[in-house]
Design a protein around this ligand. Structure first.
Ligand SMILES: Cc1ncc(COP(=O)(O)O)c(C=O)c1O
Length: 374
């Protein structure tokens, strides 16, 4: 048996749409496929403005610019997350104040945020781990109380919901990823979603290297020029064409991944409770989008034993993030506060293979291997 951790799914239309983009003679960014993808997100999820980017990291960098982060502004970020959730703000000079995760879920502990807010705090970055929503009402309440911005790191959160609201639609802005490990992918790719209209006009300028070229393309001005800072954040039409083929199949992809997620959950439920392993707990207000199936083991030893055993039997399971407050880049910049839940997830969390083409037999084999081992 040989089962990889991830296998990017091809819907079969990607090459066709790429060919159309190439034949159209317009393969730079902001063309027909870019517009189709952006409109799709705006219409389906009600985001006020969407811009495709070359990655979620880029979308987060755009958020940091739009939030006007300056030297020594403070940004509250969970320590248990991908580097980009913090990096995008550090590039603008921010100081990151790391928050701990909840005991029942790797996302930010909303009850630990208020104690971290100071007069320098500007932004809170909730990361919806595994596409499972953070408690957004509590986070938005704090943002209103202290006049802060909320930037949702929705890298893993496509088509997932909080109290019926799409993730990415609740904060002032949000960033999604279409990296090849995500439910919907374009190899590398991302999306900036803006919900607060104050940021819309400037977002297009930052996206187009600090120019008003997007306005020019729409025929709203007769020449364009340099009016702000920015970068080349937009992907080419080749990427957008690929992404469009994926988006057309969103419903089918989601259905399949959620089915796989539930097969793991049901198949491992009894075993997990007998062996001190915590399976994902979905709060009443949240949904799963079948992005990640994770388990939190009793100890690092148990976690590593399971990963090794699966590997010996041809199954590639993996651990996930390493606490950012302990990273070699940031540990000396933070004040030594302990973040025990973040460290627990660093040491004890593991993820099982989850991709569209994973078969029923393969899932059963993985479940049986785990049960046989301990
Ligand atoms: C929570 C989170 N934020 C941001 C990113 C960065 O995404 P990208 O690779 O599209 O830049 C990732 C990547 O997996 C992630 O997991």
């Amino acid at each position: 048996m040989s089962i990889s951790f991830n296998k990017p799914y091809l819907t079969g239309k990607e090459i066709h749409y790429i060919e159309l983009a190439v034949k159209s003679g317009k393969i730079s960014g902001n063309g027909i496929f870019t517009k189709k993808c952006q409109d799709f997100f705006q219409e389906r999820y009600g985001f006020k403005k969407c811009l495709l980017t070359t990655s979620c990291t880029d979308a987060l960098e755009m958020c940091a610019i739009l939030a006007e982060i300056k030297q020594d502004d403070e940004v509250i970020v969970p320590s248990y997350t991908f580097v980009s959730s913090a990096l995008a703000f550090v590039r603008q000079g921010a100081k990151i104040v790391f928050a701990d995760s909840r005991a029942d879920y790797p996302g930010i502990d909303e009850n630990k945020i208020e104690g971290l807010i100071t007069p320098k705090t500007k932004v809170i970055v909730p990361v919806h781990y595994a596409g499972i929503a953070c408690d957004m009402d509590k986070i938005m309440f704090l943002a209103n109380k202290y006049n802060l911005l909320v930037i949702e790191d929705a890298a893993q959160s496509i088509d997932s919901f909080y109290k019926g609201k799409p993730l990415g639609s609740i904060g002032h802005m949000a960033a999604f990823s279409f990296h090849e490990t995500k439910n919907i992918n374009s190899g590398e790719g991302g999306l900036l979603a803006i919900n607060d209209p104050r940021f819309i006009k400037r977002s297009e300028i930052i996206w187009e290297k600090g120019t008003n070229r997007a306005e020019f393309y729409r025929g709203e001005v007769n020449k364009y020029g340099w009016i702000d800072i920015g970068s080349s954040f937009l992907p080419s039409e080749i990427i957008a064409a690929y992404l469009w083929a994926q988006l057309e199949n969103l419903a089918e992809i989601q259905k399949k991944r959620i089915e796989i997620w539930h097969k793991y959950f049901n198949g491992l439920y009894d075993w997990a409770s007998k062996n001190g392993v915590q399976l994902p707990q979905i709060p009443d207000y949240a949904t799963t989008n079948g992005h990640i199936f994770y388990m939190v083991c009793e100890s690092e030893y148990q976690r590593n034993q399971i990963i090794t055993y699966l590997k010996e039997n041809g199954v590639h399971a993996v651990f996930h993030y390493l606490s950012l407050h302990k990273s070699s880049f940031y540990s000396n910049k933070q004040n030594g506060r302990e973040l025990p839940q973040s460290d627990r997830y660093t040491n004890c969390l593991m993820r099982l293979p989850l991709f569209f083409e994973l078969t029923r037999d393969e899932i059963e084999n993985i479940i049986n291997l785990i049960k046989r081992m301990i």
